[in-house]
Design a protein around this ligand. Structure first.
Ligand SMILES: NC(=O)C1=CN([C@@H]2O[C@H](COP(=O)(O)OP(=O)(O)OC[C@H]3O[C@@H](n4cnc5c(N)ncnc54)[C@H](O)[C@@H]3O)[C@@H](O)[C@H]2O)C=CC1
Ligand SMILES: O=C([O-])CC(=O)C(=O)O
Length: 339
């Protein structure tokens, strides 16, 4: 997964890997919520990423143990654990990338929006600290409801005078990961070769997989496309129900979060043509935030790419998702400005 590091990169560190000697820059990455269900496996995967030189693991509890454990792995980065609000500033100082999986997960019967009351406040507090201690960092928001937490983060940064729309991302990679897996299953394509853009937001019908643009082409019948769409939209709920009260997706999310962070780091590193779907500030539709393909570069978002040609079914899906996504965005903005 992490092999395609550009050989021409500048930097201080020389690493000898299987494919020769490459130089890599110093990059500090923090995970906020690092002792949680997503945070722990994500810490493990980020420890394996050669583009990271310092890995800061922050949580309100239990990070010393997680950090001690992960730090014994013989890979490049230095790992430090930070626990409690007193240490949040140190965790964030000098960060290039901050990944946020802090907050409560769903239980069966809940929607992602049901998490708003608790997670909105958590995200707001963490983003205020980011604005203070690492205002130039790229922020990868995992905490749900992403459709609202990203607008909250944007408002907090605007108030602090640090907002840069190129540097704030709602992580929707798990929707892409699921769409690829489910499509490969039905089309019998090699899953490693499959690509499926997923646009919109990250909750229920706001998740809109564009199977008409999936590659390799498979010409699946309409009823199969509809079933694949529904399964992708309900992927999170499928896991919540299977876990039966013990939380939501953690391992597949850690994988998706690590894939997305790796792309962010590659973009920072100057690797060309790094494209991921993400929920960002957007003019692709009339909504102020929207997930679509994004080209990543040295400052974060280099270009928000358009939707491309949609099938009639996808056009309908796009119109149906807009009211819910709009309301979730507005709820986030209102929360950030009233409290
Ligand atoms: N974007 C996406 O695709 C996905 C998002 N999620 C979301 O990710 C979030 C985390 O999920 P899990 O890791 O399963 O939950 P978890 O409960 O296992 O872990 C959350 C961690 O956050 C920590 N935390 C709480 N308040 C904090 C604060 N103020 N500062 C730092 N850390 C704090 C907790 O101590 C805990 O260790 C949930 O909101 C969940 O809905 C989950 C899966 C996919
Ligand atoms: O469904 C949830 O609550 C967690 C999540 O966002 C996902 O798995 O896509």
């Amino acid at each position: 997964m992490f092999r395609s590091v550009a050989r021409s990169a500048v930097g201080k560190h020389l690493l000898r890997r299987g494919y020769g000697t490459v130089s890599l820059p110093d990059r500090k990455v923090a995970i906020l919520g690092a002792a949680g269900g997503i945070g722990q496996p994500l810490a493990l995967l980020m420890k394996l990423n050669p583009l990271v030189s310092q890995l800061a693991l922050y949580d309100i509890a239990n990070t010393p143990g997680v950090a001690a454990d992960v730090s014994h792995i013989n890979s490049r980065s230095e790992v430090t654990g930070y626990v409690g609000e007193d240490q949040l500033g140190q965790a964030l100082e000098g960060c290039d990338v901050v990944i946020i999986p802090a907050g409560v997960p769903r239980k069966p019967g809940m929607t992602r929006d049901d998490l708003f009351n608790i997670n909105a406040g958590i995200v707001k507090g963490l983003c205020s600290a980011i604005a203070k201690y690492c205002p130039h960092a790229l922020v990868n928001m995992i905490s749900n409801p992403v459709n609202s937490t990203v607008p909250i983060a944007a408002e907090v940064f605007k108030k602090a005078g640090t907002y840069d729309e190129r540097k704030l991302f709602g992580v929707t990679t798990l929707d892409v990961v699921r769409a690829k897996t489910f499509y490969a299953g039905k089309s019998k394509a090699n899953v490693a070769d499959v690509n499926v853009p997923v646009v919109g937001g990250h909750a229920g019908i706001t998740i809109l997989p564009l199977f008409s643009q999936a590659t390799p082409k498979a010409n699946l019948p309409e009823d199969v496309i509809k079933a694949l769409t529904k399964r992708t939209q309900d992927g999170g709920t499928e896991v919540v129900e299977a876990k039966a009260g013990k939380g939501s997706a953690t391992l597949s999310m850690a994988y998706a979060g690590a894939v997305f962070a790796d792309s962010i780091l590659k973009g920072l590193h100057g690797v060309p043509d790094v494209v991921e779907c993400a929920f960002v500030q957007s003019t692709v539709t009339e909504l102020p935030f929207f997930a679509s393909k994004v080209r990543l570069g040295k400052n974060g978002v280099e270009e928000v790419l358009g939707l491309g040609p949609l099938s009639e079914y996808e056009k309908e899906g796009l119109e149906s998702l807009k009211p819910e996504l709009k309301a979730s965005i507005e709820k986030g903005i209102k929360f950030a400005n009233q409290s």
